[in-house]
Write a protein that binds this ligand. Structure first.
Ligand code: CA
Length: 227
């Protein structure tokens, strides 16, 4: 679930955005002034920040400058109508986009989606912990998987299995070891659960892209390798 922080001193707007984004499946937290917002951005992981420019105390541009000292999280500025200076200064200070108040919620949602697409498509904002095997990438923190720039939908179990294989790239993983790690010791279903999920993974990450990354080691288990 994408985590969004809104920093906005007008409680009505903050509450409205929180509700609407909540309906869309985002996990939203709000801060009602710049200092609180900055503190939250420092101490918790967010995938996106909506930042009002006109904030009491520490203004939005200053909050943005400080956020940029430690994070490249996408930031969308909420600016007053016709405040051209805000927009220019904001973009210069590292904002990814801005939206003018008052805005329609549909427009805000579209900007948010575009911002996530840009981030995922660019491939430049990968976490350092991202695992790579050939064109396949897996980000354990965001729980995202791509082949090239295509973002894939995996279930939790598929993701965990793939992560385990990728963390052990070039190492043959025994089926019972995979079973213990992914399903737990008390799982009664037997090791063919591993085979079933390997098939699911292959149908999602190999077949559509004509890749061969996961190799079967007969009678033993599986290994993921660069082609
Ligand atoms: Ca304001």
């Amino acid at each position: 679930m994408e985590r969004v922080l809104i920093i906005e001193d007008e409680e009505k707007i903050a509450r409205f955005v929180e509700l609407e984004l909540g309906y869309e499946g985002y996990q939203v937290e709000k801060a009602l002034d710049g200092r609180d917002g900055l503190e939250m951005a420092k101490t918790r992981p967010f995938d996106l920040i909506l930042l009002d420019v006109m904030l009491p105390g520490l203004n939005g541009i200053e909050v943005l400058r400080r956020i940029r000292q430690f994070s490249d999280v996408p930031v969308i500025l909420l600016t007053a109508r016709d405040a051209v200076v805000d927009k220019v200064t904001g973009l210069d200070s590292g904002a990814d986009d801005y939206i003018t108040k008052p805005f329609a919620i549909e427009e805000l949602l579209a900007r948010i989606r575009a911002s996530f697409r840009k981030k995922k498509g660019s491939g430049t904002n990968l976490h350092p912990s991202t695992l790579e095997v050939g064109r396949l990438k897996l980000d354990p923190e965001r729980r995202d998987v791509w082949v090239g720039t295509k973002l894939l939908e995996l279930t939790k179990r598929e993701f965990d299995l793939l992560q385990c294989l990728m963390e052990n790239k070039n190492i043959v993983m025994k089926r019972d070891v995979l079973l213990d790690r992914i399903w737990g010791y008390d799982f009664a279903g037997g090791t063919n659960a591993v085979d079933v999920y390997i098939r699911y993974l292959r149908s999602k990450i190999e077949e559509p892209f004509d890749l061969k990354l996961i190799h079967t080691v007969r009678g033993v288990g599986y290994v993921i390798k660069d082609e």
